[in-house]
Design a protein around this ligand. Structure first.
Ligand code: AMP
Ligand code: ZN
Length: 132
């Protein structure tokens, strides 16, 4: 069974920040910054787009609850919300989850940068490819 399913079933220990019938939030073992939390459905879905939409919406409610708690109680000055969807995007545990990374200062261990490589020039063509 997948490691996050085992955590959701309380078969292996974790630090539970929030839990209800369908969603659980736990401290990430890596603690990229203090309070780094993972929000996941209790049921196994591989990536975010596999999660039924009602449950995905509820995950986002829990992200908001936990982000509020982290910023208030840990005095974070901000937070990043991140989902790695698929191996190419950096997903290592194939049970959908959303990272909440509280931010304290610029060099606090987390950094996101958008690197510009070859940009598509024709946005109308991109749009029609997306929307069909
Ligand atoms: P991702 O790369 O988006 O799939 O993130 C997986 C995350 O799960 C990593 O940040 C790991 O540190 C974290 N992780 C793996 N195993 C555990 C565990 N047993 N308890 C808490 N976090 C874990
Ligand atoms: Zn799982």
């Amino acid at each position: 069974m997948c490691i996050f399913c085992m955590i959701a079933n309380h078969e292996i220990p974790s630090s539970v920040v929030y839990e209800d019938d369908t969603v659980i939030a736990i401290l990430d073992l890596s603690q990229v910054t203090k309070g780094h939390t993972l929000v996941m459905p209790k049921e196994h879905y591989e990536t975010l787009i596999d999660v039924p939409s009602q449950l995905a919406m509820h995950m986002m409610e829990v992200v908001q609850i936990v982000a509020k708690r982290l910023t208030t109680n840990l005095h974070a000055k901000g937070f990043n919300v991140l989902n790695n969807g698929g191996e190419l995007a950096g997903q290592t545990v194939m049970h959908a989850h959303i990272h909440i990374i509280p931010r304290y200062e610029e060099n606090d261990g987390f950094d996101v940068q958008f690197h510009t490589t070859e940009k598509p020039k024709d946005l109308a063509a991109v749009l029609s490819e997306i929307n069909g």
